[in-house]
Ligand binder design. Structure first.
Ligand code: HEC
Ligand code: HEC
Ligand code: HEC
Ligand code: HEC
Length: 327
């Protein structure tokens, strides 16, 4: 029990940090084995942004207003737009938003997560005990496994809510995306090969998985817009849009709760209603966000979506998915 708790704490701690370049290996290494995932990723805006952003007039204007000379050098842009790794004693941006931006910097897990117990061991030969230990070791090394959807999807919201007051108010950067987890993950981003029978078909997420994504996406939106509101110091665009985002996420969760009552969601709604969305209220807002995070992770562990068929009426239509995958 203590061991499991410790692993959870480490995993949460690791993802709360921005990607540590010293622990990052870059997408090419992943692509040596995950060819299909790499091919899909190469056609996403996450990848293309690496080349586009420095050329875009909008990017130049934001950088200028922020007093930034080189977009690929300044941490304010690097954190969300690039993947950097150590090369020849320097830290160099080598890609846009890439595999490790979502699965965790891989230096300490890349050789662990696929090791079935020695060089000649195949998946079929692995003992159940070894599998449990392998996955636990990968998580301890900082891997965010899709198995815990909350921890993988958390990354999307850390970037897509754009929690940076100066960037929005002074830089004129967009104050967050109109992000919804099902529609934003099932289009161009979708890579879901290992679950297919042949191992190389890009499967649609199952109905159950989509229900879980839908509900957890709203919980994450609420958690991260509360954290974003906690960072607000001035009554301007940033504070106003973050507070509005929190309100809207709360309202959507109420709609979910009316359609499909779930105990954890009820508690989350009550927590959100208990805190004031105002400036200089960071301690209270972050405390509530922490509790919501616990409840969201509990939701992800406790349900697989099969009990939530009523949610199908609320799921976004496939025509609203953001793009389509290359494979
Ligand atoms: C040497 C080959 C190899 C390399 C390199 C590799 N992987 Fe994997 N990966 C695998 C194999 C094999 C599996 C299936 C493991 C299993 O059976 O549980 C896997 C599984 C995964 C999974 C699914 C895990 C799960 O538990 O559901 C993710 C996510 C993943 N890899 C990401 C990455 C990323 C990101 C990189 C680069 C940082 C990477 N892999 C590099 C071989 C590799
Ligand atoms: C907190 C994360 C975050 C930071 C920091 C950040 N961005 Fe962004 N940026 C985003 C997200 C998310 C989007 C996508 C918004 C959307 O949904 O359209 C985006 C979109 C953009 C776009 C429009 C899309 C494009 O590629 O043309 C530009 C330009 C841009 N950012 C420039 C910058 C610059 C310059 C910096 C540094 C001064 C910066 N950003 C820092 C998260 C961030
Ligand atoms: C924008 C975030 C994001 C990026 C970038 C990303 N992944 Fe994933 N990945 C996910 C999510 C979310 C899932 C879980 C999807 C699900 O369970 O339906 C996943 C699932 C996986 C899986 C298991 C499903 C499968 O494809 O077999 C593997 C392996 C994987 N990713 C590898 C990679 C590799 C390699 C890259 C880079 C080339 C990459 N991912 C880039 C978010 C991302
Ligand atoms: C490290 C920061 C980061 C993470 C993590 C991240 N994104 Fe993004 N995402 C961005 C930025 C920046 C852009 C804008 C790129 C551009 O247009 O140049 C973007 C663009 C997108 C787009 C294209 C939007 C459009 O207008 O077509 C989709 C879809 C998307 N992200 C989905 C996701 C999903 C789903 C996840 C989590 C599984 C995720 N992102 C995680 C930073 C991030």
């Amino acid at each position: 029990m203590i061991r499991i708790l410790l692993i959870c704490v480490i995993a949460t701690w690791v993802q709360a940090q921005h990607m540590d370049p010293e622990l990052t290996v870059g997408p090419d290494q992943c692509g040596e084995c995950h060819k299909n995932e790499l091919a899909v990723w190469k056609e996403t805006k996450h990848h293309k942004s690496f080349f586009d952003i420095t050329r875009s007039e909008e990017g130049r204007q934001i950088a200028q207003k922020m007093g930034i000379k080189r977009i690929k050098r300044e941490s304010d842009c690097l954190n969300c737009h690039f993947t950097s790794i150590p090369e020849n004693d320097a830290i160099v941006p080598v890609a846009g938003i890439s595999c490790e931006s979502c699965h965790g910097p891989a230096k300490n897990w890349i050789d662990v997560h696929n090791d079935y117990g020695g060089k000649d061991m195949k998946k079929e030969d692995e003992s159940p005990d070894h599998r449990v230990k392998r996955l636990a070791d990968a998580i301890a090394g900082g891997m965010l496994r899709p198995d815990n959807l909350y921890l993988v999807a958390e990354n999307c919201f850390q970037c897509h809510t754009v929690p940076n007051e100066r960037l929005v108010n002074e830089g004129g950067h967009t104050a967050g995306s109109a992000f919804e987890l099902v529609s934003w993950s099932q289009g161009e981003i979708r890579h879901n090969f290992l679950r297919s029978d042949t191992g190389d078909q890009n499967m649609e997420a199952s109905a159950n998985r989509k229900r879980m994504m839908f509900i957890l996406g709203q919980v994450l939106d609420l958690e991260y817009s509360l954290r974003g509101t906690a960072l607000a110091t001035a009554k301007a665009e940033y504070a106003v849009s973050m507070a509005k985002r929190s309100k809207l996420a709360g309202l959507r969760l109420k709609k979910i709760q009316e359609t499909q009552p779930v105990a954890q969601v009820q508690k989350i709604i009550e927590l959100a209603d208990s805190v004031e969305l105002k400036l200089n209220n960071a301690d209270a807002l972050n405390r509530v966000a922490d509790q919501i995070s616990e409840l969201g992770q509990e939701l992800a562990r406790s349900y697989d979506g099969s009990a939530f068929s009523a949610l199908d009426a609320l799921l976004p239509d496939p025509s609203t998915y953001k793009g389509s995958p290359a494979l």
